[in-house]
Design a protein around this ligand. Structure first.
Ligand SMILES: O=P(O)(O)OC[C@H]1O[C@](O)(CO)[C@@H](O)[C@@H]1O
Length: 247
């Protein structure tokens, strides 16, 4: 157990390393199940995968995907919805079968039931082979904010004030940021066979150091990743700045 870290000089180098992991699993297991993340951090990973699809024929046809989370209150066509993000940056640009791409349905009348169904869907697909994660400055993974229990499953959550503030950069005004989301839980994420977390930039350095070297605590949800057997943190130098030399 423990988290393996690799540090790259730049965000682009780290993104290419993550694209390598995803490309490898697509080649080795064309029917793989990918767990996907949104946010600004993985944008270059998706751009690189799209380039590889066009340049080398990287094939998504057999893959199934499950996104970690989706805001409540935004239509799938809203420019800041994660459905729109995925369509724009990956799904609309590669040969993935759209019937096999999944995001939590946050338009259902019964959001609790919708979350339960999503959890079951991930399980019935045979589990996630490779889960891609980002990390919030407060240590959140998906929208599992500090205080989330390790046994949490897919559910409706309230976003932390710090997350609303941080994500307001994508919206006209902080008041436009949705207050709720459906997110996979910590236990949902930990069931993935392999986990790759990409973190870049100095704003993530504290959360990364706490997750890797601190105690396993609900105070930093990413620290639960220490309990997984195959977790790799792919970092740029800025995000790794507070880690000890050897970790
Ligand atoms: O990559 P960013 O934009 O820094 O976001 C970090 C994390 O925050 C979220 O965007 C949710 O706020 C996650 O999806 C992401 O992993």
């Amino acid at each position: 157990m423990g988290i393996q870290c690799t540090v790259y000089p730049s965000h682009d180098d780290a993104s290419r390393a993550v694209a390598d992991c995803i490309s490898t699993i697509l080649r080795e297991k064309p029917t793989c199940v990918l767990g996907l993340a949104t946010g600004s951090t993985p944008l270059e990973v998706y751009a690189e995968l799209v380039r590889r699809h066009h340049d080398t024929g990287l094939d998504f046809a057999g893959a199934t995907t499950f996104n970690l989370d989706e805001y409540v209150g935004l239509s799938p066509g809203h420019p800041q919805s994660y459905a729109h993000y995925m369509n724009e940056h990956l799904f609309g640009q590669v040969n993935v079968d759209r019937g096999r791409t999944h995001l939590p349905n946050t338009r259902a009348d019964d959001l609790g039931q919708s979350a339960e169904q999503y959890e079951m869907l991930v399980r019935s697909a045979g589990g996630v082979d490779l889960q891609l994660l980002g990390i919030g400055t407060n240590g959140h993974i998906g929208f599992n904010e500090p205080g989330t229990a390790e046994d949490s499953v897919t559910r409706v959550v309230d976003l932390a004030a710090s997350t609303i503030r941080s994500n307001s950069r994508f919206f006209r005004d902080e008041s436009d940021v949705p207050r709720r989301a459906i997110t996979m839980g910590i236990s949902t994420i930990l069931r993935a066979r392999k986990i790759v977390l990409l973190a870049t930039g100095e704003s993530k350095a504290d959360a990364v150091a706490d997750a890797v070297t601190g105690p396993v605590t609900t105070g930093n949800p990413a620290s639960f990743l220490q309990n997984h057997a195959d977790v790799h943190f792919v970092l740029d130098a800025a995000a790794a700045a507070l880690l000890p030399e050897r970790c």
